[in-house]
Design a binder for this molecule. Structure first.
Ligand code: ACO
Length: 322
């Protein structure tokens, strides 16, 4: 069977680390509150002038070196982001240019925090249909640029960063190897726009800030994430007891533990980075995959379920063998 297999991974986090205690100086909040409600202890923020495509390019270089490839070995670049540098061109073509890549094609995918799942699904489709042999899938965000720093219920939750995977068409036929993406499950429901959105954009000629009804998002999250993960596992023909790692979108530790519990999986099968990164939206999953590998948690052959939900609402899951 032809599969989109992971052959490289990398990430980049901006240098500036902001601990929870920094917010105590300007907001009526506390390190204890933020930790208890979200599991977040610190996050990285991009430097002034540092853009999403800068972060994405650094993550891309790290993934290329992990794979032992050069940019022109890649056929396509997909960047999942809601915080591209400019309205156009896409962040992906900027990354392509920065890498010095003069062949192939590049485009962005926008599904907010589910963006990386949507981008993985798109890359998988490109590979299975023969349109590309090697696809770089990047999640990159600078959510610090859309924070309302006077809103304590949102600005303490998000961070900046980027992660990248390289997928390659591989045919495991005749071998015991069945590495790569095994199944995908995607959903969206635009009726829930009001609970998580940015109140500005090109067509309204403002930049806007992220607005969220946290409790409402929470209410949808655990139920929808468990359902999509279950659907993806069913489609892949696997059961939760076979799963080595859940690599969830890192929004909030309570959503992560709630979802794992609903799936009947122990937390020692879950990669958790939210304490160090905060919610980096579309970047959180590739960041967690890269850090999980670096920590020695994720190993070749591991069966991974990755899932995310975000603005839209849009949500989904991917099952893959590393
Ligand atoms: N510090 C101190 N108090 C705060 C803070 C803060 N940073 N933020 C809110 N509060 C207060 C509220 O004002 C409220 O006070 P009130 O009762 O006097 O009105 C009180 O804390 C409780 O607020 P809730 O919003 O009900 O608190 P909750 O327990 O729901 O926790 C949180 C808030 C952390 C946002 C939670 O709802 C949550 O995690 N929701 C999911 C949000 C999320 O993860 N979104 C991202 C997923 S989608 C994506 O990634 C884009």
């Amino acid at each position: 069977t032809l599969r989109a297999a992971v052959i490289g991974v990398g990430h980049y986090l901006p240098d500036r680390v902001v601990p929870n205690s920094d917010f105590e100086k300007t907001l009526d909040t506390s390190d204890e509150w933020i930790r208890a409600r979200s599991g977040i202890e610190r996050r990285h923020f991009a430097a002034e002038g540092q853009t999403t495509s800068d972060l994405a390019t650094r993550a891309a270089r790290n993934a290329l070196s992990d794979a032992g490839l050069v940019p022109d070995d890649i056929d396509a670049i997909i960047v999942a982001t809601s915080t591209a540098d400019l309205t156009f061109p896409s962040a992906a073509t900027m990354v392509q240019c920065e890498l010095g890549m003069t062949r192939g094609f590049a485009f962005d995918v926008q599904a907010v925090c589910a963006g990386f799942i949507y981008a993985l699904s798109t890359a998988n489709a490109l590979i299975l249909s023969g349109q590309a042999r090697r696809v770089m899938v990047i999640g990159a965000e600078t959510f610090s640029r859309i924070m309302d720093w006077t809103d304590r219920s949102t600005c303490v939750l998000f961070g900046d960063g980027a992660g990248a995977l390289i997928l390659e068409a591989q045919d495991g036929a005749g071998t015991s190897e069945d590495r790569g993406i095994l199944s995908v499950d995607l959903h969206s429901d635009g009726r829930h726009k009001e609970i998580l959105y940015v109140d500005g954009g090109v067509s309204t000629q403002t930049t806007g800030y992220l607005r969220m009804q946290g409790r409402e998002v929470f209410r949808h999250a655990v139920e929808k994430l468990a359902a999509t993960a279950t659907a993806a596992m069913d489609r892949a023909g696997i059961t939760p007891d076979q799963v080595d790692w859940i690599v969830p979108h890192q929004a909030n530790i309570r959503i992560i533990t709630g979802t794992a519990k609903k799936l009947g999986l122990d937390m020692d099968h879950v990669v958790v980075t939210v304490q160090d990164h905060g919610n980096t939206s579309a970047a959180s999953i590739p960041l967690a995959l890269s850090v999980g590998k670096e920590r020695g948690q994720i190993k070749p052959g591991d069966l991974i379920v990755t899932e995310a939900i975000g603005g839209g609402l849009a949500w989904g899951a991917v099952v893959l063998r590393w």
